[in-house]
Design a protein around this ligand. Structure first.
Ligand code: ATP
Ligand code: MG
Length: 413
């Protein structure tokens, strides 16, 4: 297959990477199914999805540590297939930092350059610059076991950027840090990326992290891309129920549309919306749709005609707002956020601006109707994701050994 051109998109930005129809199976199980996307020069792009959806595999194929069964990875217009990992001008930062404990910080960062026989003076300049960039200018002499987790992570980043790659791949690089350090590093990484002018391809299963840092988010599930867009796009205009649920919290319920800009909820309440009928819909027939309403988009007021009327079942203070569960009279639980509290047991009426109602096509991803927080039938990823992350960390620990080897291989040339 010929695929040798750098396409321009509507932003006019050059695509540094173009990936087309990437497929990969392990032991007969397809883990990547026709993955196609591009990466713009200098952008911060994030692969987001639950454990096992194929994020790392995609990254490892870009890095050259894994070979795709079929499909193309173009880097600046050239097919990477026959380019070995260490010749790709791409560097990877792994979740487990894969640092050398017997070397100090300076030598860890200098390692790859020494192998490449870069001159002593240049090594010193480049390492010091890299350490400065990651905020470790005075740490060159320290040994790895004298560093905090966050500092180790910075050394790993310094070691990657000292090679001046065109692209930095980061696979859950903040996974081992505590929440506060994570948040700090998120902001620092974003600043670093701007400063360095390097394209970052970031992997995480943490939607908040993705929303905070990315220019573009790619939402994946079971080896398939569900949506590509800016953080605002995927949050405000989720393409399907899965994305709506995965990115932030949502109420997703069944509805029908008979005509443009009007949706009827399962309970029979009619709401104005901004969407026309989907092209395949027939006017005048109750076409099935999914209706997504974010908890923060409800207005809570007295019960009234045309509102979702119900009883407050729970009330929790969340710092800036209150979170309530309102059970409507048709027995649907609604997750609602409001700056003012309404007492448990009180009767309320909920309504929404037309702008804040998202209408989506029904699909196999449509949820069990009528529950917030959404459990997709047969999909346990939402349940297991947070719990499994500690297990995953252990698995990754053993994986880190092989990453370590690859990383060195990549450096060794
Ligand atoms: N070398 C391998 N051999 C066999 N199966 C593999 C291998 N590498 C990955 N897999 C499987 O491929 C699927 C995708 O794995 P991948 O590591 O890409 O997921 P991920 O999205 O990065 O998940 P996580 O968030 O847990 O890191 C998983 O089901 C995984 O078990
Ligand atoms: Mg992974």
């Amino acid at each position: 297959m010929q695929y040798n051109q750098i396409l321009e998109d509507s932003t006019g930005s050059e695509h540094i990477i173009e990936i087309k129809d990437l497929c990969k199976s392990f032991d007969g199980t397809k883990v990547l199914k026709n993955i196609t996307f591009y990466i713009r020069n200098n952008e911060f792009i994030t692969l987001l999805g639950p454990s096992g959806c194929g994020k790392s595999t995609t990254l490892r194929i870009i890095a050259g540590f894994e070979t795709a069964d079929s499909g193309i990875v173009n880097f600046e217009g050239k097919d990477l297939k026959s380019v070995p990992a260490n010749k790709r001008n791409i560097n990877t930062v792994f979740q487990r930092y894969a640092l050398f404990p017997h070397l100090n910080v300076f030598d860890n960062v200098a390692f790859g350059l020494k192998i490449k026989k870069v001159g002593k003076k240049e090594i010193e300049q480049r390492v010091n610059k890299a350490l400065e960039t990651v905020g470790l200018a005075d740490y060159g002499e320290r040994y790895i076991d004298q560093l905090s987790g966050g500092q180790m992570q910075r050394v790993a980043i310094a070691r990657a950027i000292v090679n001046r790659p065109r692209i930095l791949l980061l696979d859950e690089p903040l996974g081992a840090l505590d929440l506060k350090m994570r948040k700090e590093m998120q902001i620092e990484l974003k600043e670093m990326q701007r400063e360095l002018g390097i394209t970052f391809v970031y992997v995480t299963h943490d939607q908040e992290e993705a929303l905070t840092m990315s220019d573009t988010i790619i939402v994946m599930k079971d080896g398939i891309i569900q949506q590509i867009g800016t953080p605002i796009d995927v949050y405000n205009e989720p393409k399907n129920a899965y994305v709506a649920d995965f990115i932030g919290e949502s109420n997703i319920v069944a509805g029908t549309m008979k005509k443009d800009r009007e949706v009827v909820l399962s309970s029979g309440i009619t709401f104005e919306c901004v969407d026309p009928l989907f092209s395949e819909f027939t006017e005048g027939i109750a076409n099935l749709v999914d209706v997504v309403i974010r908890p923060e988009d409800f207005y809570v007021d007295k019960e009234a005609e045309g509102r979702i009327n119900g009883t407050v079942e729970s009330l929790v203070f969340k710092g800036v707002h209150y979170e309530m569960i309102v059970r409507s009279d048709d027995n649907i639980e609604w997750l609602v956020q409001n700056v003012d509290p309404f007492a448990v047991g009180s009767r309320v009426g909920l309504y929404v601006d037309p702008d804040d109602i998202q209408i989506m096509r029904r699909s196999e991803l449509s949820p069990d109707f009528g529950s917030f927080g959404i459990r997709h039938p047969g999909d346990k990823s939402q349940d297991t994701d947070s719990k499994s992350s500690s297990d995953a960390a252990e698995v990754k620990e053993s994986e880190a050994k092989s990453d370590d080897v690859e990383d060195k291989e990549a450096d060794e040339d």
